[in-house]
Design a protein around this ligand. Structure first.
Ligand code: SF4
Length: 310
């Protein structure tokens, strides 16, 4: 399987640069491995607005209902500098496939992991929120995967992030060389079960779009939007079972009764949490080789991203 190379915007401290407030960097074995498969676009918002390394800490505080970025030691309010950097950085960004940012940072924190305060000195804790840079990224790139390294410790979140990142990169690389609707139909075909797994409604919508007689440019544009949206939600167990059953439908007439029984036992085990989805996917993939089902063998659902990252 040939994998695309995702274009990933990464907090510079996660990408090995010594830019943290204390002059350090962040070591994370999984992130280091992932970055070897990506085209990395590093960014350190705090260094980019002129803060040095090392530097005194910055914090977030609520001025009435407005979130401000300040440096308590100097009393500087850095909010406008940060917002204007974010605007120019994000507007000048080439097409990218996702963001991996540093958790808990007042600039980069993604998932309500950053402390915020009721006063500019940081004496009274208010609640956890997103970093200022991360907040703008999420608002602007709502259809792209945006995560922090801490959340990727959760296997489910990591898997979903990787599937989205590599699938969106595959789409971008495909679009850069696509010339005809028939090529788009082929792209849609190999992603059919991956899309079904995430959103059957979007899969149908995309099928109708590909079969419509809209112009090539318009179709690609709409397809691309729907593709990103389709992958947004983490699939439920029910969605896995539905997709497995559809794939099984291609193969069932060539299976003997014991094999059929085995499949449904595994499906029940999966429903109960006794086996993972990988076990069932592997079985279906093996059968697709055995019965020389080209239509199934090329499906991206079987290997959406490099095995080494799983
Ligand atoms: S968390 Fe963000 S702002 Fe802080 S050092 Fe890392 S890249 Fe720079």
């Amino acid at each position: 399987m040939k994998y695309p190379t995702p274009k990933l915007v990464v907090s510079a401290c996660l990408a090995g640069e010594f830019v943290r407030y204390d002059g350090g960097t962040v070591k994370d074995p999984f992130v280091e491995k992932l970055l070897r498969y990506c085209q990395v676009i590093p960014v350190c918002p705090e260094v980019s607005i002129g803060l040095g390394v090392p530097r005194n800490k910055v914090i977030l505080y609520w001025k009435e209902k407005e979130l401000r970025l300040v440096q308590p030691s100097s009393g500087k309010d850095l909010t406008e500098d940060m917002l204007s950097f974010v605007e120019s950085f994000l507007s000048g960004l080439e097409e990218v496939d996702g963001f991996l940012l540093k958790g808990k940072s007042p600039s980069c924190g993604v998932s309500n992991s950053t402390l915020s305060y009721k006063d500019p000195e940081g004496r009274t804790f208010s609640h956890r929120t997103k970093g200022l840079f991360a907040k703008k990224v999420i608002e602007r790139f709502e259809d792209l995967p945006v995560e922090d390294e801490k959340r990727l410790k959760d296997e489910k979140i990591k898997k979903h992030f990787l599937v989205r990142l590599f699938s969106i990169a595959r789409l971008r690389e495909f679009i850069s060389r696509a010339e005809s609707i028939s090529q788009l139909m082929e792209f849609h075909r190999i992603n059919k079960y991956l899309l079904m797994l995430h959103s059957q409604t979007k899969l149908k919508e995309m099928g109708r779009l590909v079969a419509s007689s809209k112009g090539f440019t318009q179709t690609i544009k709409e397809y691309s939007r729907l593709f990103r949206q389709a992958l947004k939600k983490t699939p439920s167990k029910g969605q896995y079972i539905n997709t497995f059953t559809h794939i099984y439908g291609h193969l069932s007439r060539r299976l003997n009764q014991k094999e059929k029984d085995h499949f449904f036992t595994l499906l029940e085990d999966f429903r109960k949490g006794l086996v993972s989805e990988k076990t069932i996917l592997e079985l279906l993939k093996n059968w697709s080789f055995r019965f020389e089902e080209d239509y199934l063998q090329t499906q991206t659902i079987f290997e959406p991203c490099p095995k080494e990252l799983n």
